[in-house]
Design a protein. Structure first.
Length: 369
C-alpha cells in the first residue's frame, strides 16, 4: 500500500499580509491548495482568515429542511432507501455517488440535534437473476466530521464481502452483479455529551499532561463572549479573557480535517488556557473543549509506518482508518440473505425526500402500525 500523503498547514507573513496556506504532499511538495488559501492583513485576528472561502464541514438548514426533520422524528422514520433511477448497467457510478455524496449527505442531515448516530448499511445485489441482500453490522458515528471516513470504510468492506462471496460461491467477478438499491437504518441518539472527531479522539487517548500553572477561566463568560464576538462578524473580545481559541476546518479539495487558530492572545502556550470551539453539523455553537497541550493536539502524526491488523492482516498507513476498521470488526459482521426472486416489498408509511434537498432518490420508510 502506498503511503498516505502528509500535508502542511502554515501561516506566512510578507509585507504586512499574513496568508494561510495548505500544501498537500503529493507528487509535488510545493503544490498549494487554492481552496484553503486565505490572505488577511497581518494585524488582523486569525478569525478573519475563516470569514471567506467555502465552509466544507457544515450544512445549511433552512426552515423547510428543519420541518422535514421534525416530520421524520414525528413519524418515527429510521429506515431510508436509496434507489438508482437510471438505466441498467451503471453499478459503479451509482455506488460511487452513494458512498461519496448521497449517504454522507443524508447522515449529516440526520445528525442535526443528535449527538450520535447508530447506522446499518445494506446493499440489494442482483446476479444471474438471483437476488441477495448484504447488510453491515450496526456502527456508531459519534461526531459529524467522522461521517465521510466511516461511510467510506463500511462501503469498502461491504464491496469486498460481495466480491468474495460472488467469486467463492458463484465463480463470478464483481462486475457481473447489479446494485440499484441501498438501505440505511439510522437511530438518532441524544446523549448530551460533545466529543471530538475521531482523528483527535485518538490523539487524546490516554490524556494530555496538563499545566497546573494556567489560570482558571470563567466558562460561562467565555461562551457568552464568543457568541457575541462571532455573532456580529467578529466584534471586540473582552481583554479580561486571556485565552487562545482554535477551531476546526475541512479542506474542500482533499477533505482533510485540521485545527487552526481563531483567536491568539498569547504566544506563551504553556501558561495560556487554550480552548477548541465546538460546533454542530450546521455550524451552531456547542461549547468549548479545553486543550491541555496544544502542541501535541496540533501535531500531525507521521504516515511513514504501516499498521497491520492482527486479525485479518489488512495494512493501514493512517491510524484513524485502522481504528475505524477495528470498530466494524474488520468487516466480518456482514449478514447475507438470499431473497425470493419473485417477491416484492410494500411499504405503507413512506415519504419521498425532496430532491431539491438531497439531489438523490431517497425514500423514508416508517413503521407499519
Amino acid at each position: 500500500m502506498s503511503h498516505q500523503r502528509q500535508s502542511r498547514f502554515i501561516f506566512e507573513t510578507r509585507r504586512n499580509v499574513r496568508t494561510f496556506r495548505h500544501q498537500p504532499y503529493m507528487n509535488d511538495p510545493t503544490l498549494e491548495c487554492e481552496s484553503c488559501r486565505s490572505p488577511v492583513a497581518a494585524n488582523e485576528p486569525f478569525s478573519h482568515h475563516w470569514l471567506s472561502g467555502e465552509d466544507a464541514q457544515h450544512i445549511k438548514l433552512d426552515l423547510e429542511r428543519k420541518l422535514l426533520l421534525k416530520q421524520i422524528e414525528k413519524e418515527c422514520i429510521e429506515t431510508f432507501m436509496l434507489c438508482d433511477e437510471s438505466a441498467y448497467g451503471r453499478t459503479q457510478e451509482f455506488m460511487l455517488d452513494a458512498g461519496t455524496q448521497a449517504v454522507p449527505q443524508l447522515l449529516r442531515f440526520l445528525n442535526y440535534e443528535a449527538n450520535e448516530l447508530v447506522v446499518t448499511i445494506g446493499f440489494y445485489v442482483t446476479v444471474l437473476k438471483e437476488r441477495l441482500y448484504f447488510e453491515s453490522y450496526s456502527f456508531n458515528i459519534k461526531h459529524f466530521l467522522d461521517i465521510e471516513a466511516t461511510v467510506d470504510m463500511v462501503f469498502t468492506r461491504l464491496v469486498e464481502k460481495i466480491s468474495s462471496y460472488m467469486f467463492l460461491v458463484m465463480g463470478l467477478f464483481l462486475d457481473s452483479c447489479t446494485i440499484k438499491r441501498i438501505k440505511i437504518t439510522v437511530k438518532r441518539l441524544y446523549n448530551g455529551q460533545e466529543l471530538l472527531p475521531l482523528q483527535y479522539r485518538i490523539k487524546n487517548k490516554g490524556g494530555f499532561k496538563a499545566n497546573n500553572n494556567k489560570k482558571s477561566v470563567n466558562l460561562s463568560l467565555l461562551n457568552e463572549s464568543y457568541v457575541n464576538y462571532h455573532g456580529i462578524r467578529f466584534g471586540k473580545f473582552p481583554d479580561s479573557l486571556q485565552v487562545n481559541l482554535y477551531c476546526f476546518r475541512v479542506c474542500a479539495s482533499t477533505r482533510e480535517l485540521f485545527a487552526v487558530p481563531y483567536l491568539i492572545r498569547s504566544e506563551d502556550v504553556k501558561n495560556t488556557p487554550t480552548f477548541l470551539i465546538q460546533t454542530d453539523v450546521a455550524g451552531e455553537f456547542r461549547g468549548m473543549y479545553e486543550v491541555p497541550n496544544i502542541r501535541r493536539f496540533l501535531r500531525t502524526e507521521p504516515n511513514d509506518r504501516i499498521i497491520v491488523c492482527r486479525v485479518c492482516q489488512a495494512h493501514f498507513t493512517n491510524r484513524m482508518h485502522y481504528v475505524l476498521h477495528k470498530q466494524i470488526d474488520c468487516g466480518n459482521d456482514v449478514t447475507v440473505l438470499q431473497m425470493d426472486g419473485e417477491s416484492f416489498e410494500i411499504y405503507e408509511n413512506c415519504i419521498t425526500l425532496p430532491k431539491e434537498f438531497f439531489k438523490f432518490a431517497w425514500f423514508g420508510i416508517g413503521p407499519n402500525y
